[in-house]
Design a protein around this ligand. Sequence first.
Ligand code: SAH
Length: 259
Amino acid sequence: MRFHLFTLFPEMFAGPLDVSILKRAKRAGVIEIAIHDIREGATDRHRTVDDTPYGGGAGMVMMAPPIVTAVETALGPDLATTPIIVLSPSGRRFTQAMARRLAASPSLALICGHYEGIDDRVTDILHAEEVSIGDFVLSGGELAAMVIVDTVSRLVPRVIDAASLVEESHGSGLVEYPHYTRPAVYREHAVPDVLLSGHHGEIARWRREMSLRRTAQRRPDLLAQATLTEAERALAASVAADAASDDSSSPENDGQQST
Ligand code: SAH
C-alpha cells in the first residue's frame, strides 16, 4: 500500500512514521509513505501557497492551484484510482470501518490543511472526500493524517499478526476488554482470578462481558450498532443506565454538573 501525504510541513512527519510497526512495515516493503511538499506545486517566484479569504475574515486560506498541481503530479496515472482525503474538522468522521475500507485500496492520498483551511474547490476538483478524526480542531492536518496512516497501515495484510486484529476495539462494535500481564499482584491490585484459571471458555465469557460493560459505561453510543444477544442487550442497558445516573465524574461534564 502506498500513502501519499501532501503538506506544507514535511518535517512534521519525521519520527512518528519511523518507529515500531510502521518502520518494520516500510522496511518489509508492505507499505510505502511518500511525503510531498505542497510548495512544489506553487508556480510564482515566492512560491505562494495561501491567500486572504474571499468575503473577508481572519486568517489565511490555502490556495487550490498548488495543491491540485502537487496531487496531480505526484499521483500521475494513479490519480483516478487513488482515494483522496482532505483532512478537515468538518469532514465525515474517521472510523475503524472507514479504515478497513481504505486498507483494501492499493494507494491513498491525504491532503493536510493549515491556517483557516483549504480552498473548498480542491475537494471538488480532485473528487476527494473530507474526513475528520474527531470533534475538535487541530492547528493542521498533519497529525490527523498520521492518525489515519497509522490506523490503516496496521490493517494492511502482513503488517501485524492477523490474530491481533480479531478481537480488538471497534471490530465487533464494542470496545475491548482489559489486558493484564505480570506481575499478578502489583501495589495490592490483583489481576482478575479468571485470567489465571487456564479455563479458556470462562476467560472468553469474562472478556466478552467486560467488553460489553466497558462499552455500556464509556461508549453507550456504540451499543445500537453492536451485534448482541438478548441477554447481552439487557445487561448493557442496565450497565448504561447505572453509568448515566452516576455520571458526575465524567470529563464530558467538565465539573459543571450540579449535584
Ligand atoms: N477554520 C477551520 C479550522 C482549520 S484547522 C474550521 O473551523 O473548520 C487547520 C487544518 O487542520 C484544517 O484545514 C485541517 O486540515 C486540519 N484539522 C483540524 N482539525 C481537524 C480534525 N478534527 N480532523 C482532521 N483535520 C483537522
